[in-house]
Design a protein. Structure first.
Length: 281
């Protein structure tokens, strides 16, 4: 009977200890959430007008972009030029003039064409495009695309502000914590929120860069240039001359290879000579 009594007391004590630990953990989380609500309830998901850079209509391309908006602009231009290399050099002069930079460039010798992706300051984009009309070529195609990133930027700014408030609350709780287990739990939560805040800030920086530096994609090509057809079986006078040159080159290479094997020829000659003398005997 006493054993049953002791077991019951031990079970009740263990259950009470577990309930106490769980309630303490819940109170810790609830306290953090309560402090967080008090800090963020007044301005949750409201964009800070001071944090959003205002765009002056005089600085925006053609003065058409509204102030305070986060607009990403891209222009695709195709230039037909008989002198693609000179046209490319002219584009380089515009890049220096408008403080732009080349993000990507490819050249096709087969098609005699250039493909460039240029980052141009947004305020200078229209002037840069207008300057292309003075190049050694003609603009045959132009496409303009504008994407509004204001809603995404506002949401990310509010989210970043919320995450920073949560970090402040958790850091205050960490400074007041006395147990190692509480410290580890709070620190893990701080690390998670910090990673999310860093991702938000990275995306904000990317949007700012895309807004400040527009994309200008330029294709320079010679429409009249006819690339050689590998399936063309026609035989021209030029092909005849190349065939003669290739044959002569092959003959020279064979003679050169024979001369390089002179030790082998000496050895073969010596063997033939010795065999002839042996048969005579």
């Amino acid at each position: 009977m006493k054993k049953l009594f002791y077991c019951s007391v031990l079970f009740v004590a263990s259950f009470a200890f577990l309930q106490c630990s769980q309630s303490k953990e819940e109170s810790l989380t609830a306290a953090c959430e309560e402090e967080f609500v008090e800090v963020t309830s007044q301005d949750e998901y409201e964009p800070d007008a001071k944090s959003l850079p205002q765009t002056n209509s005089e600085d925006s391309p053609s003065g058409t972009l509204p102030a305070g908006k986060k607009m990403e602009k891209r222009v695709d231009v195709t230039i037909d030029s008989k002198q693609t290399s000179l046209c490319r050099e002219y584009v380089d002069s515009l890049i220096v003039r408008f403080h732009a930079y080349v993000e990507n460039e490819t050249y096709s010798n087969y098609k005699n064409s250039y493909r460039l992706t240029i980052r141009v300051p947004a305020a200078s984009l229209d002037s840069f495009v207008a300057g292309l009309s003075g190049s050694q070529g003609t603009i045959v195609d132009k496409n303009v695309c504008v994407e509004d990133r204001t809603a995404e930027y506002t949401d990310l700014s509010s989210r970043k502000k919320t995450q920073e408030a949560m970090l402040d609350n958790y850091r205050q709780m960490l400074s007041r914590a006395t147990k190692i287990s509480d410290m580890l739990e709070i620190q893990n939560r701080i690390d998670e929120i910090q990673m999310a805040a860093d991702r938000s800030q990275g995306r904000l920086n990317q949007i700012d860069h895309n807004v400040n530096y527009s994309v200008l994609a330029i294709r320079i090509e010679d429409k009249s240039y006819v690339s050689p057809d590998p399936d063309d079986d026609s035989f021209t006078l030029g092909d005849f001359g190349r065939a003669i040159a290739n044959g002569w080159h092959g003959l020279v290479m064979v003679l050169w290879a024979i001369l390089n094997l002179w030790p082998l020829w000496i050895f073969i000659g010596a063997v033939i000579y010795l065999i002839g003398r042996y048969k005579k005997k």
